[in-house]
Design a protein around this ligand. Sequence first.
Ligand SMILES: *Cc1c(COP(=O)(O)O)cnc(C)c1O
Length: 214
Amino acid sequence: MIAENLKRVLEEIPTGVTLVAVSKTKSVSDILEAYSAGQRDFGENKIQEMVGKYEQLPKDIRWHMIGHVQTNKIKYMASFVSLIHGVDQEKTLQEIDKQAKKYRRIIPCLLQVKIADEDTKFGFHPEEVATLLNSNVLQKLPNTKVVGLMGMATFTEDTAQIQSEFQFLKNLYDTWKDTYSWTTLSMGMSQDYAIAVASGSNMIRVGSKIFGYR
Ligand SMILES: *Cc1c(COP(=O)(O)O)cnc(C)c1O
């Protein structure tokens, strides 16, 4: 079932769009089923859960931290995490840089931007992104590389609203893309990835449509 679901999603997205299979709460055997079907990018939203799975699973898996990042737990994933999507504070970048240094790595990160019309979603306000990028903060963090943006649209049936939120993020991404040689715009989940891809996303994070409901 998982392999078929994966195939269906992959058939729907153009080449050049990376599918991150969101495996949070799912078992190691579910992940292995997707792995056997060729999937290598997996997303988790809790650092400790990701570390546990990393230890048990093949080492060519690329692990994506898509959830809110607690600074005191960055040390547990710093040796292996492939991309941190949920950076929403300068303080988080400082700590990622400090931990990455210990492993002589440069950890790729995305700035999470608040685009939804909801109070609960984490993320920088768009103006804060501009302030950060206009400052010299990033230059002082050699072991951290911001490679793009991440955002979550409002949970709504209103596709016009979702589209306008994704379009907003795409515009913000385009504003800074060349200056910082960005590569990655992470937007789109099970319910809205088609809209996200049509709006210019090149990385989607899909969980329930692959692994079933949580
Ligand atoms: C859970 C989660 C997803 C995947 O959600 P689905 O609706 O299951 O596809 C994507 N992004 C983030 C940040 C998540 O927490």
